[in-house]
Write a protein that binds this ligand. Structure first.
Ligand SMILES: Cc1ncc(COP(=O)(O)O)c(C=O)c1O
Length: 450
């Protein structure tokens, strides 16, 4: 179904990859003044817990909630009058679309954004609100992009590849100029990677100005197209299913981004998705920032223990975006709490005679946990008909407190089952139970509560 003419983008030509120059990034930063925020880069409260001096570059504070504005503004400001009149079209999971929609409207240009049908609701709504014509099409970015290319072939709009257009990469590189001014003695910069525009821009700027500073690209294990491409030495397509870091879900990295980072990035690191929800929770709790999955991957990777080499070093993590649906955020917080033993699920069989449930409640109160949820089950249990199985969700202060709860329940009740603690299911009293709980990867010391 691929039509070479329709899908060909002269700015992202595999036979003619563009080399991004530091001077163009510098020029972009001057051009963009007054259009894009110079975001704060402050020391993280989590630094001690993480065992390194972590600084957070808060790109989630941009007007449309992500760093994508940088590349977009740079590209729009460079258009000819004729292109400005025709307008621009882009395909996006959301952040690129919002940036195009907002800034094209500000600059008086028409814009169209094509998003996959499952793009997060908050991003779709905002995009439309900023003024672009928003079209939902296809099950993923390749479909959305093809559709956008078809439209541009009919109406003459400029297609902006959100991660590979050279002016986009130059605009993203301006983040690095600010970081080097804000934290001049930075040892390493951790950058989320999707199609690669941000990491490419950062690599070009940093390796020009301060080559000893290390640049690490971070993906999740479900979106690791750059890791795979660098491993094989060529752009490599991967299958991507659902990812919490939807902004990183690019199955084939850019022509120009791959060309510009391959000899510059120090290393690509892929963090397991389970850590992303936990990172979001910690960023909300400790730093009071709302960050989407893609923006949380640098902190997730440190929490997962993937950077032992950076202990005690000065590290900047780019919090690239903050556009997350409220429902997704709520789920992440719950997942994070469950994974750290702060939400504990268990079943316990108690007497169904007067006082049986009250006894359980008073035990929970003595242990000091909060009862979140409690469902009695009378029909599908074995043994004595004057028993009731209680399915309980309790809130604890952390993993030590959770273990105390487990110990007290086990001491006082014969039949109980904790899916996230009773690893030996054969010995568990509740028959038929399966271990479905959250990821309980052991907490590295750095993430244990002080
Ligand atoms: C929040 C966020 N972080 C990171 C990325 C990845 O950026 P790039 O595609 O330039 O690698 C994106 C891409 O949309 C994003 O929206």
């Amino acid at each position: 179904m691929e039509n070479k003419d329709v899908d060909f983008d002269p700015f992202c030509d595999p036979d003619n990859p563009r080399t991004i120059k530091y001077e163009s990034i510098l020029a972009a930063s001057k051009r963009m003044e007054g259009y894009v925020l110079r975001t704060p880069c402050t020391r993280a409260n989590m630094s001690e817990m993480l065992g390194m001096d972590v600084y957070l570059k808060q790109e989630c504070m941009q007007i449309t909630g992500s760093f994508k504005e940088r590349g977009v503004v740079n590209t729009l400001l460079l258009l000819t009058e004729e292109q400005k009149n025709l307008g621009v079209i882009t395909a996006s999971m959301g952040n690129q679309g919002q940036a195009v929609s907002y800034h094209a409207t500000q600059l008086g240009m028409p814009s169209i954004v094509v998003m996959p049908v499952f793009a997060p609701l908050t991003k779709v709504t905002k995009c439309t609100g900023y003024g672009a014509k928003t079209i939902l099409h296809g099950n993923g970015m390749p479909d959305a992009k093809h559709h956008a290319m078809l439209i541009r072939s009919e109406n003459g709009m400029l297609y902006i590849n959100g991660y590979d257009h050279p002016n986009i990469i130059e605009g993203q590189g301006t983040v690095a100029l600010e970081i080097l001014e804000q934290v001049p003695d930075v040892d390493a910069i951790l950058v989320p990677v999707g199609g690669g525009s941000l990491v490419a821009g950062v690599c070009v700027a940093v390796k020009h100005l301060k080559p000893d500073t290390e640049v690490y690209g971070i993906e999740t294990d479900k979106t690791c197209s750059m890791t795979e491409s660098l491993r094989r030495g060529e752009r490599t397509k991967i299958e991507i299913d659902y990812s919490l870091a939807d902004g990183l879900a690019v199955n084939l990295v850019g022509v120009n981004t791959f060309h510009n980072i391959k000899d510059k990035v120090n290393k690509m690191v892929a963090v397991k998705e389970d850590w992303v929800a936990r990172a979001i929770m910690h960023i909300v709790e400790e730093e009071r920032f709302v960050v989407e999955g893609a923006g949380a991957v640098p902190i997730a990777a440190i929490m997962a223990g993937l950077f032992p080499n950076l202990k005690g070093k000065k590290v900047v993590c780019v919090l690239t975006g903050g556009n997350v649906d409220t429902t997704t955020l709520a789920r992440c917080l719950e997942r994070g709490m469950a994974a750290e033993g702060r939400l504990v699920k268990f079943k316990v069989t108690v007497s169904d005679r007067p006082g049986g449930m009250a006894e359980l409640c008073s035990l929970l109160s003595r242990v000091g946990v909060t009862l979140r949820d409690c469902i009695p089950e009378r029909a599908w249990i074995h043994g004595d008909v004057f028993s009731v199985e209680m399915k309980v969700i309790a809130e604890t202060k952390g993993s030590a407190h959770a273990k105390e709860l487990v110990a007290q329940i086990k001491k006082n009740y014969k039949n109980c089952f904790f899916p996230d603690f009773d690893t030996d299911q054969k010995k568990a009293s509740c028959r038929g139970a399966t271990r479905k709980g959250p990821c309980l990867a052991p907490n590295p010391t750095c993430m244990r509560k002080r």
